[in-house]
Ligand binder design. Structure first.
Ligand code: ZN
Length: 269
């Protein structure tokens, strides 16, 4: 290798041949937060203990310390983006002993019949599997699909299945897998519309109007602008709407309107 510091030899700087002027950036989990303090993924995560309601095994799984993880952005359909750890990845809890999986919010809530169905249809088939403690998009998908299968077996409400499908769509969006994203958005849409007509809200943290807002945006993504407009108008006209959701809804209405116009002009040409 040529020593670009040849001229400095006389000053005592020797063996500089190996200096790599532009080294490849080290891949690091460290991210500088606002105060300039470096926070690592490991610092944001902690071990949370669960007891499986099906097989009674006690196990630990990673959870997120919310204070250290900052929301930096969100998509039109409210898919959040955080600076350090993706909370969606850690929302699904899996018992690796028996194969029971559910969202953290209702992991412990099962009826006697549901426990029986899961033992019969999941645990009897399930072969012990081990997930890495730090969850990436790929293993998050596997965890959510196990939760989706469990939700089907335990005869969960449509709202719960739709919620899991929405999260799956969002993870596929991160992986830029448009086809799978669309598939799970369409399942989420079916489930949320059923829930709208037959179930009580909230669905986990999603209130009635927030769910309607998400339905409107899914229709927009499917280019069904009239339905998107119906749902978003319904959200905006509701008197109980929060100012925050109303601001978002008015913005989404504008986006739907603009995209509809573009689509119509395209049609004319
Ligand atoms: Zn278990």
């Amino acid at each position: 290798m040529i020593n670009i510091f040849e001229e400095l030899k006389d000053m005592g700087f020797e063996n500089l041949e190996k200096i790599e002027l532009f080294p490849e950036k080290e891949v690091s989990n460290e991210i500088e937060n606002k105060k300039g303090k470096r926070v690592t993924l490991e610092e944001v995560l902690y071990d949370k203990t669960y007891v499986c309601p099906v097989c009674k095994t006690e196990f630990k799984t990673k959870a997120i310390r919310s204070g250290k993880n900052r929301l930096v952005n969100s998509d039109l359909d409210l898919k959040p983006e955080y600076d350090i750890a993706n909370p969606i990845f850690y929302e699904c809890i899996v018992c690796e002993t028996c194969g029971y999986a559910a969202l953290s919010k209702n992991f412990s809530t099962l009826t006697t019949s549901q426990i029986r169905w899961i033992k019969e249809k999941i645990s009897s088939v399930y072969k012990t599997y081990h997930y890495e403690p730090i969850i990436d998009a790929k293993s998050a998908i596997s965890r959510y699909k196990l939760a989706l299968l469990n939700s089907f077996v335990k005869k969960a409400k449509d709202g719960e299945k739709a919620y899991i499908c929405l999260k799956l769509a969002w993870i596929y969006r991160e992986l830029k897998d448009a086809e799978q994203e669309k598939l799970f958005l369409s399942h989420a849409l079916t489930g949320f519309e059923n829930a709208y007509n037959n179930e009580r809200f909230p669905i986990f943290e999603l209130g009635e109007l927030t769910t309607a807002y998400i339905i409107a945006d899914i229709y927009r993504r499917f280019k069904e602008y009239d339905k998107a407009m119906q749902w978003i108008s319904y959200v905006i006209l509701d008197k109980s709407i929060s100012l925050r959701l109303k601001t978002r809804a008015l913005h989404l209405k504008g986006v739907i309107h603009d995209e509809k116009k573009i689509a119509e002009n395209h049609h004319i040409e």
